[in-house]
Design a protein around this ligand. Sequence first.
Ligand code: DGT
Ligand code: ZN
Ligand code: CA
Ligand code: CA
Length: 591
Amino acid sequence: MLHKERHIIKKHKDYDVKNHEIAALFERIANVLELKGENTFRINSYRKAARVIGDLSEDVDALAKAGKLIDIPGIGTGMAEKIVEYLNTGKMSKYEEVMKGISEETVMLMQIPGLGPKTVAMLNRELGIVSLGDLEKAIQQGSLTGLFGIGDKKIENIVKGIELFKSSQQRISIGMAFPVVKRIVEELSCNRQIVNIQAAGSLRRMKETVGDIDILATGSDGASIVKSFVAMKGVTQVLAAGDTKGSVRVDEGVQVDLRVVQKDEYGAALQYFTGSKEHNVHLREIAKKKGYKISEYGIFKGDKKIGGQLEEDIYKIVGMDWIPPELRENRGEIEAAQAGKLPKLVEISDVKGDLHNHSNWSDGTPTFEEMAEHAMKMGYRYLVVSDHSKSLHIANGLKDDELSEEIEEIDKLNKKFKGFTLLKATEMDIKADGSLDFPDKILEKLDIVIASIHSGFKQGREKITERMVAAIRNPYVNIIAHPTGRLISKREGYEVDMDKVIAACAETGTALEINCFYDRLDLNDINCRKAKDAGVMIAISTDAHHVDQMWMMELGVGIARRGWLEAGDVINTFPLDKLNAFCKKKRSMRG
Ligand code: DGT
Ligand code: ZN
Ligand code: CA
Ligand code: CA
């Protein structure tokens, strides 16, 4: 996959702030140059620089001090000078130069999905549009109709893009929020007064985006706990600080609420603040019919409190099994819990390997050894190396002979490992004409074949579905990666008939991927459950381009759990021989 902005999040704890800022500046320069209609070569050199700086595992500041910036591929002396200037002065004169005559608001317009620099330039030229306000007005007045290259469909897409953009300003991806919570819980756990602390709300439910982060704690001195909460590092604004409640905004732009509750109320509060609201409403109705009342303080019979210290109390008293947070969306989990028929959800500890990763042979940064080492550290038994295929030039896709070399290299390395295997694979492009990027005689040499769509997004539902089903029918293709192509808050994805895709996968023994990368999370929870119900196996894979991205497996497992998946539904919970057998089985059915 490709991530123009994957530099936004790459480290679990530590953000290389400078790397991020410089990558963002280069990306902006590229956009503005494109808006001004400048030379493609220069535009691309800034895009490339943005990508490599965003992907760096080292601190750009440290590299600059060591005089090693020009050793970075894609960074020449000109780029290096601009980086040094920024590090020394906090400014980049090139950026200021290209921004002359262009407003911040216009730059923002280019971030709206469906509105690239070219369209923004045209809207500016034809209608004088320079801000979101201008654009919305023009749409309302119908002024866009009849402009060159702008049909009804395009206008519809722009309207959708504006909606997505607005909502992305309000909610952040779970992948951004998750590390924030880890950091906060770690930091506050040092406070001796805190007995329990954990996240509730949509984050505990592992929803793909969160509006705000809710944290619950118990402890002796509420006021002092709140004090240490609002004094944490990363806090940019204190919105409230009382005896039992604190509310702040942090660096990542999200609001975090902390509530300190009494020990004997912790379970009830956790149940209440975990939500979802719909789940809670349904649960309370059931409680009411049985003569109980549930609140954030406990569960009551008349005036008498009969439980609330543990979350389990509440579910047990109303007559059902405890429900894992990821299921609490009022999608049938309450009925299943009453019947004792909840699934035994897959857990992160069930995962034995990661099935989609890029090395420095295509557009990733790690070597095979670094990937293997990190995977072993995570307790994995295997790791799939799946570099891009030749059609994807922009990601440095491998040609036939390069893939053969990669295979030999991996074979050599595998002889050195004990109890661990690198699996030979490819993330092969399903090309715009529906054909596959490698012939069968090459695919035959691989352990696993992943196929995915990176082009022809606008072909329309029928054509895209056809391409995908054709790939699924190839006997060597084992997994379809990021099946809908969406990018959360940025791109809606191509149109595809997921029911047909699921049916073809079920028929052929092909797995669908949950891509764990924080801005993809694709399949989503709903499609995941659909796939399971049709008997399709799932691969949970990070699509890491850097070893520091492999932690995102946790996000994918969250989605899988929201999709009601059990370990048996997920092929990377299998031991290696069973995984190999899964892949081989499809090959043996060909012809
Ligand atoms: P978010 O923050 O928009 O991603 O979603 P949540 O689910 O974290 O919602 P939030 O932060 O507004 O509230 C946290 C939980 O508190 C929510 O999941 C359920 C509970 N809650 C909030 N407001 C109400 C309410 O009016 N009624 C009920 N029953 N529960 C509520
Ligand atoms: Zn990929
Ligand atoms: Ca929340
Ligand atoms: Ca909240």
